[in-house]
Design a protein around this ligand. Structure first.
Ligand code: HEM
Ligand SMILES: [Ca+2]
Ligand SMILES: [Ca+2]
Length: 310
């Protein structure tokens, strides 16, 4: 139902506007390309790619439910890039008022962030509309935590294969999408347990990180480390780092297990074949971007990405 030419008549310069703001933004701070890619993932995994993640928190009233995913565990003090979406939206509203959804803008920004850091590009199907709701509970339920395992089943169902399966994404697609961790950074509080409690970790790698991420918080809690050894370049080093036991998050390292050859082979394939990684990443991004969009007359075109229209 989505189509790459959805705005061809109503906003022909849309993609040029998004690219131009993203180009300036990423040139100024390359991490922002990664941050927008993550923002899109966190949108799509919670009630589909509907811009729900962009809505500011609003407490419940007697007649309306609370709105907001920004306070969910994986999002609070972690998601970034909301101002960039505001900037793009303002430029798009000037060129074509009331036509383009925030959900589509975010999808294009994620594609451009990937490309501008050296990754693949792809054609984005468009025509998503914006939600009028957002749920912190749904975000807490559907966003994978960094301590997730590959297949074991803790009571919270935190295993990665099942979580992606629930969104119609295979183990291979989960592994290729995790390759997004070729760019950007994580905070010490998300990899501390891995440094001090795990043995499938390269000794030198762990030692180096411990210096700024002491065992006991809150000291060092927010210290940033790149997610792979080339954190500002979108490449397949992420997979080589996993085979060297230098995955930063527990959820990264479990993608290269000792006891599951089928899974380990996916990592080895992308480690050895950058072209396959790029092609499969692009295809999986399109698939993730198509997760239950609002179309037709469902939802709305928000004027301000942070607020439901009055
Ligand atoms: C497989 C399950 C995943 C888990 C458990 C996970 C978890 C995390 C965590 C904990 C961080 C660091 C946040 C912080 O410390 O503030 C992070 C960063 C990031 N994630 Fe994921 N993630 C997963 C999958 C994905 C996917 C599918 C994408 C996109 C397609 C993605 C894109 C990113 C990016 C680009 C960053 C860096 C953001 C920045 O530097 O601002 N992640 N992820
Ligand atoms: Ca959403
Ligand atoms: Ca990299």
């Amino acid at each position: 139902q989505l189509s790459p030419t959805f705005y061809a008549l109503t906003c022909p310069n849309l993609e040029a506007i998004v690219r131009s703001v993203m180009n300036t933004t990423v040139t100024n701070e390359n991490r922002m390309g990664a941050s927008l890619l993550r923002l899109h993932f966190h949108d799509c995994f919670v009630e589909g790619c509907d811009g729900s993640v962009l809505l500011d928190n609003v407490p419940a009233t007697a007649t309306t439910p609370a709105i907001g995913e920004k306070n969910a565990f994986g999002n609070i003090n972690s998601l970034r890039g909301f101002e960039v979406i505001d900037t793009i939206k303002a430029a798009v509203e000037q060129a074509c008022p009331g036509v383009v959804s925030c959900a589509d803008i975010l999808t294009l920004a994620a594609r451009d962030g990937t490309f501008l850091l050296g990754g693949p590009t792809w054609t984005v199907p468009l025509g998503r509309r914006d939600s009028t709701t957002a749920s912190m509970d749904l975000a807490n339920r559907d966003l994978p935590p960094p301590f997730a395992n590959l297949v074991t089943n803790p009571p919270d169902g935190s295993d990665l294969i099942a979580r992606f399966q629930r969104k119609g994404l295979s183990a291979t697609e989960m592994t290729v999408l995790s390759g997004a961790h070729t760019i950007g950074s994580a905070q010490c509080q998300n990899y501390r347990l891995r440094l001090y409690n795990e043995n499938r970790i390269d000794f030198q790698f762990a030692q180096g990180l411990k210096a700024n991420c002491p065992q006991n918080g809150p000291a060092g809690d927010t210290f940033l480390a790149p997610l792979d050894s080339t954190g500002s370049v979108f490449d397949n080093k992420y997979y080589a780092d996993l085979t060297g036991l230098r995955g930063l998050l527990h959820s990264d390292q479990v993608l290269y297990p000792q006891n599951n050859q089928t899974q380990a082979k996916i990592v080895l394939k992308y480690k050895g074949d950058n072209a396959a990684f790029f092609a499969d990443f692009a295809a999986a991004m399109i698939k993730m971007g198509n997760l239950s969009p609002l179309t037709g007359s469902a939802g709305q075109i928000r004027t301000n990405c942070r607020l439901v229209n009055p």
